[in-house]
Ligand binder design. Structure first.
Ligand code: TXA
Ligand code: MG
Length: 355
C-alpha cells in the first residue's frame, strides 16, 4: 500500500488535508494523526472491518480493545449506555485532555472495536489536529497508539513513518507531541472507579475529583501467568526496545557507580551499550566510562514532564543504534512519575533491581 505522508502545522492547519483524511476514515481507511499524548492510528470506530485493518496494521492481538476518540459530548452519548456520576465529574474536570474513561457500550459500537468486550474506552483529545480530524470524519475515531504492537508509542511523525509506512493510507505528521505518554485510563463502570493505566492525569488529581479511587492490580505488580488485567493491553509486552534493558534503584551515587561498572564491563567486551540517566546525574558518570557508551539524559528530575516527553524517543533511538544493553536509573514514582516508571518497568520486562 502506498502511504501518503503529509506534514501539518498544528497552529496553521491545512483544511484540505484534514478533509481528505476525514474522507479516508469515513470510507473505512486508516489515518495516523497526532494527539496531545502520542500519535494514534485512526479508523472509523463504528466500522468493524476498519477496526480489523487497525489490528492487522499494528500486528496487534484482536482481544486488545481500541479507544474511541470523540470531539464533543453528543458523540459520547451515541457510544455509551449510561454516564455514571463519577464519569460526569471526571469529564468536567479533565476533558478535553489525556484521560480515557471506560463506559458500558451502546449497541452502536461493534465488538470488533472493543475486543469483544461489553465496555468501550472513550477519549476526548485536546489537540487541534485530532479535533479537526474527528469533526471532518463525522464519526468517532478508534485509535490505538500508532506503533507496531510491542514497540514504544510514537511521539514524532517519523516514528509513525518508521512503523506504519506501507501499512496504512495516510500519516499526518504534526511534529512532536506535547506529553509523550499515553492517556490515563479509568474504568467508571465500577464504584469506586478503577485506574487501569497511569498517565498525566495523576491518581491524586482524579481522586481529588471523585473522592474514592482504586487501582487495578495489574499496574502494581508483574502479572502472573494467566492473570487477566481489566485493560487487556496491560498483559502484553510493551514499549520494549530490542536491547536487554535493566533498571537500578537506590541512592543516586551508588546507582551511578553500579551502572558504570556494569556498562563498562559490557562495552569493554565489545558490546553496544547505553545508559539512561537525568540531567542532575550526568556528572556522576563523567570520566569513568568507556567512551563508546552512549549516555542519554531524559531531562530534569525537577520537571518530570520533560522526562515523560523524551522516554519513548530514547528507547527508539537506542534501537536505531542497535544498542544491545541499556542500563537505566529508576525515577521518582510521585505524581506523573508513577506513569513514567510504569512504562519504563514494562519496557525493561520488570527487570528492576535495588542497589
Ligand atoms: O493516549 C492514548 O490513550 C493514545 C492516543 C492515541 O489516544 N492511545 C492509546 O491506545 O494509548 P492503545 O490502544 O495503545 O492503548 C489502549 C489501552 C489498552 O491497554 C487497552 O487494553 C485498553 O486501553 N482498553 C481499551 N478499551 C478498553 C476497555 N473497554 N476496557 C478496558 N481496557 C480497555
Ligand atoms: Mg499502545
Amino acid at each position: 500500500m502506498n502511504t501518503k505522508i503529509v506534514k501539518i502545522d498544528m497552529n496553521n492547519i491545512d483544511e484540505s488535508v484534514i478533509c481528505e483524511a476525514g474522507n479516508i476514515i469515513r470510507e473505512g481507511g486508516l489515518v495516523a494523526f497526532p494527539t496531545e499524548t502520542v500519535y494514534g492510528l485512526g479508523a472509523n470506530a463504528l466500522d468493524e472491518e476498519a477496526a480489523a485493518k487497525v489490528y492487522a496494521a499494528k500486528g496487534r492481538p484482536s482481544d486488545n480493545p481500541l479507544i474511541a476518540h470523540i470531539c464533543d459530548r453528543k458523540m459520547l452519548a451515541s457510544l455509551v449506555r449510561d454516564i455514571p456520576e463519577n464519569a460526569e465529574k471526571l469529564m468536567n474536570a479533565f476533558w478535553p485532555g489525556p484521560l480515557t474513561l471506560i463506559f458500558r457500550k451502546s449497541d452502536n459500537v461493534p465488538r470488533g472495536t472493543t475486543g469483544g468486550l461489553d465496555t468501550v474506552a472513550v477519549r476526548y483529545p485536546d489537540h487541534p489536529i485530532a479535533d479537526r480530524l474527528i469533526k471532518a470524519a463525522g464519526v468517532s475515531i478508534a485509535a490505538p497508539s500508532a506503533n507496531l504492537s510491542g514497540k514504544p508509542s510514537p511521539t514524532l511523525g517519523e516514528h509513525v513513518v518508521d512503523d506504519m509506512s506501507g501499512r496504512i493510507d495516510m500519516i499526518i505528521d504534526g511534529g512532536m507531541v506535547g506529553m509523550g505518554l499515553e492517556s490515563t485510563i479509568i474504568d467508571v463502570t465500577t464504584d469506586p472507579p478503577l485506574v487501569l493505566r497511569p498517565g498525566f492525569i495523576t491518581y491524586e488529581m482524579a481522586k481529588g475529583v471523585v473522592g474514592q479511587l482504586e487501582i487495578d492490580q495489574a499496574i502494581l505488580t508483574k502479572p502472573e501467568e494467566g492473570f487477566q488485567p481489566k485493560a487487556p493491553g496491560m498483559k502484553y509486552r510493551h514499549y520494549a526496545p530490542t536491547a536487554d534493558y535493566s533498571i537500578y534503584k537506590g541512592e543516586a551515587v551508588k546507582v551511578a557507580e553500579h551502572i558504570a561498572f556494569l556498562a563498562n564491563e559490557k562495552a569493554d567486551a565489545g558490546m553496544k551499550v547505553g545508559i539512561i540517566t537525568a540531567d542532575q546525574h550526568l556528572k556522576l558518570y563523567k570520566g569513568r566510562l568507556n567512551e563508546k557508551i552512549e549516555v542519554v539524559s531524559l531531562g530534569d528530575l525537577d520537571k518530570p514532564e520533560t522526562i515523560a516527553g523524551k522516554l519513548f524517543k530514547a528507547l527508539r533511538d537506542f534501537d536505531k543504534c542497535n544498542t544491545q544493553f541499556i542500563f537505566g536509573e529508576a525515577f521518582s514514582e510521585d505524581n506523573v512519575g508513577w506513569a513514567i516508571m510504569n512504562r519504563l518497568t514494562k519496557a525493561a520486562g520488570y527487570n528492576i533491581m535495588d542497589v
